[in-house]
Design a protein around this ligand. Structure first.
Ligand SMILES: Cc1ncc(C[n+]2csc(CCOP(=O)(O)OP(=O)(O)O)c2C)c(N)n1
Ligand code: SF4
Length: 287
């Protein structure tokens, strides 16, 4: 039986004391224990940013890629080896800004990966510039007159694009977040979990107090049906005095792996490739 200490890496944690990333790290480790798989069967993929450091702090397979480029790596790994549980840990800048194109097309692709966005509504690693989710009016050293753009609404966007699992967590509620991550992993296909994550150093507006006063658990209301797309879309839009957390939308969809027939074959990674002669193909491109 796995234990939280089985997933502890030896890397020293470089986050600021009190950072919301600690709650997400604890929730991820708790979830991996609940999943019951050994570290060798788990892959954490990230790009660049404070959020993207999370895989360094968990003892399992890790791929730290380029800024915004975690999703194609994660999708490729899952397609090559469907026995892996593949999680992405990414920031709001990394996933919704730099990597926004990959988010759109991996929702369409619907590989079986779980994407956890540490949404601190700011660029943490590069010291506090506005990100796609920064609230309008927020003043930064770059946006000196306050942010003038409308924010991106990632959950609405994901639902509109046809994502099959769309959720929001809060890094202070570790138990609830761990439940969400486990549900995301169990969901067959692409899962997006946007996590409210206070950045205590550079986001002085969206603090623990600010979020705690607003969040409410949408699934506590037994009449809420996450399969009702119109209701989900309306709730994904709610942002202000009240902010819903929980499973906002859920739908079963065919995955990329199923469409390609990969689930009917042994994992690609197990294919024997030693006897394949690629000289002919290489010669075609030789000049
Ligand atoms: C191609 C490229 N552009 C810009 C950067 C600089 N950069 C590093 S992290 C980052 C933003 C990180 O913000 P976010 O993804 O929200 O993560 P956080 O640090 O807040 O967790 C930027 C712009 C980079 N490393 N590579
Ligand atoms: S700068 Fe913000 S996001 Fe980065 S470690 Fe510090 S509190 Fe966390």
């Amino acid at each position: 039986m796995m234990d939280v200490k089985d997933f502890k890496s030896n890397d020293e944690i470089a986050w600021c004391p009190g950072c919301g990333n600690f709650g997400i790290l604890n929730a991820v480790k708790k979830t991996l224990v609940r999943l019951g798989k050994p570290p060798k069967d788990i892959l954490l993929v990230s790009g660049i940013g404070q959020a993207a450091k999370l895989p360094h702090y968990v003892r399992c397979n890790c791929f730290n890629g380029l800024h915004g480029r975690a999703l194609p790596v994660a999708a490729a790994a899952k397609i090559a080896n469907r026995n892996l549980t593949v999680l992405v840990t990414t920031g709001d800048g990394d996933c919704y800004g730099e990597g926004g194109n990959h988010l759109i097309h991996n929702i369409r692709r619907n590989t079986d990966i779980t994407v956890i966005v540490h949404d601190n509504q700011i660029y943490g690693l590069t010291k506090g510039q506005a990100s796609p989710t920064t609230d309008p009016g927020y003043v930064t050293k770059i946006q000196m007159e306050g942010v003038i753009l409308d924010p991106l609404h990632p959950l609405e966007m994901a639902i509109a694009l046809g994502a099959g699992f769309v959720a929001r967590g809060y890094s202070l509620d570790i138990e609830h977040l761990s439940w969400l991550i486990l549900e995301g992993i169990k969901h067959k296909g692409f899962s997006l979990i946007d996590v409210l994550q206070p950045c205590v150093s550079f986001n002085k507006k969206n603090t623990y107090e600010w979020y705690t006063r607003r969040v409410y658990k949408i699934n506590d209301d037994s009449s809420y049906n996450p399969e009702d797309k119109i209701a989900a879309y309306k709730n994904a839009h709610e942002w202000g005095e009240r902010i819903p957390i929980g499973i906002i939308y859920r739908a079963e969809k065919e995955t990329y792996e199923e469409k390609k027939g990969l689930t009917q074959m042994p994992p690609l990674v197990e294919e024997q490739i030693e006897d394949i002669d690629i000289k002919g193909i290489l010669n075609e491109f030789a000049y």
